[in-house]
Design a protein around this ligand. Structure first.
Ligand code: UD1
Ligand code: UDP
Length: 380
């Protein structure tokens, strides 16, 4: 049996890797192992519960206000033991977090092959997103197999000289969405069942990025406050990330504003179904930029750049930046100008067709001689 160990630690990695852990487990020639770093604790556990995945090994590294160095060093030390115990033939890491980079580096130290899921995203600005852009570049240099969500991601890697074992698979987040979004979904958070989705415009907000800490986050939150104060027709729902830095900013700049609902992080299925019913998404998250277009929801990105240009090109995502006036202007246009809204509100799926996990598992089987056919690339 080929022992394939998926390593992840944060909420978004878990949402995007749990479907793959399950797909690998369904293959007769593969033993699917799961090692979590628990860079996030509660937010990770919530995802594991939604998808019914039980880790084989848990590094349990999270501490409050953890630094980048502490995450990386604790992951490295913990991974030594996980690799020695579980003896994987291949390690899969996802995306661009500190867990991703440390997981790949540890695999390299143990001379274990690395597959990088969600490979090839780039902004070409090493400080934005920080530290994710450098985590991706370093992980690409270690990886033996690169699973690119889109053709553009593969082109980025080719430009950097990575020419072997590149696969275009689509993003596994679309596989996840297919299992979570249901038309007749009932929220276990009762307040979400009661939101007036038809009578009012529900704005769904998230904001957590490290490069937005400080002044950009203040500007973003003051913009949200201004929009909420001046528009009676909206309800603004913001599930606030558990980072204390983010929670302090939300408390300081948004709490008590009319029509603003600051709530705890939602389980992934609740979040996806809320997104399916909302009017507009405002976010600095990567995952939401992929999910909302698939659900036909316009997105204003609360950042200066994005490594996900495909939905911008398709017209459903716009960069709003991190300056209060700019964000307010762009949000108000989508509230007041129905034709501007309609122009953005169409479902596009540049990020996948829901079969990314199947393609990744097929590619691994092919590389290890368990299958003769190389999987066909995903085409948007
Ligand atoms: C991390 C990733 C980022 C990703 C984000 C997704 C890095 C450097 N950053 O950022 O790429 O977009 O996750 O959400 O890898 N906390 C809890 N409980 C939790 C989760 C977090 O209390 O379940 C608190 C802790 O105090 C922790 C802090 O949040 O120290 C920050 O977590 P951390 O993983 O360091 O950074 P994120 O901003 O979450
Ligand atoms: N998400 C969630 N509950 C929330 C907020 C977000 O399940 O309260 C999901 C969201 O739908 C997406 C993922 O978490 O799938 C995005 O994670 P996050 O924004 O933390 O990180 P990023 O994508 O920016 O790395």
């Amino acid at each position: 049996m080929l022992r394939v160990m998926s390593v992840f630690g944060t909420r978004p990695e878990a949402i995007k890797m749990c479907p793959l852990v399950k797909e690998l487990a369904s293959r007769p020639g593969i033993e699917s192992l799961c090692c979590v770093t628990a860079q996030h604790r509660q937010m990770l556990d919530s995802v594991l519960e939604v998808f019914g995945v039980q880790p084989d090994y848990d590094l349990d590294i999270m501490t409050p206000r953890q630094t980048l160095s502490s995450i990386t060093s604790k992951c490295l030390l913990g991974m030594d033991e996980a690799i020695e115990r579980l003896k994987p033939d291949m390690i899969l890491v996802h995306g661009d977090t500190s867990t991703t980079f440390a997981g790949a580096l540890s695999a390299f130290y143990h001379q274990v092959a690395v597959g990088h899921v969600e490979a090839g995203l780039r902004t070409y600005d090493k400080f934005s997103p920080f530290p994710e852009e450098m985590n991706r570049v370093l992980t690409s240099n270690i990886a033996d197999m690169h699973f690119c969500p889109t053709m553009g991601n593969r082109e980025n890697l080719i430009k950097e000289g990575h020419v072997r074992d590149l696969f275009i698979t689509g993003n596994t987040v679309i596989d996840a969405l297919k299992t979570t979004v249901q038309p007749d979904y009932r929220f276990s958070t009762e307040a979400l069942n009661k939101l007036p989705y038809a009578e009012k415009k529900v704005l769904l907000v998230t904001c957590h990025r490290r490069e937005n800490y400080g002044e950009p986050m203040k500007q973003i939150m003051l913009a949200l406050r201004q929009v909420a104060e001046s528009h009676e027709e909206i309800e603004l729902v913001y599930p606030v990330h558990l980072s204390p830095v983010v929670r302090e900013a939300a408390d300081r700049y948004l709490r008590g504003a009319p029509r603003v609902h600051l709530i705890d992080p939602l389980p992934a299925d609740e979040m996806h179904n809320l997104m399916a019913r909302c009017y507009l998404v405002l976010t600095d998250s990567g995952g939401l930029q992929e999910e909302a277009p698939a659900l036909g929801k316009p997105v204003l990105v609360l950042r200066r750049e994005t490594e996900r240009p495909e939905a911008v090109a398709a017209g459903t995502v716009k960069l709003a930046g991190v300056v209060q006036d700019d964000i307010v202007t762009m949000a108000e246009r989508l509230l007041r100008d129905q034709s501007a809204y309609e122009a953005m509100a169409h479902a596009v799926n540049p990020y996948g067709d829901g079969n990314a996990c199947r393609r990744i598992a097929d590619a691994i089987e092919w590389r290890y001689g368990l299958r003769t056919e190389k999987p066909e690339d995903y085409q948007a």
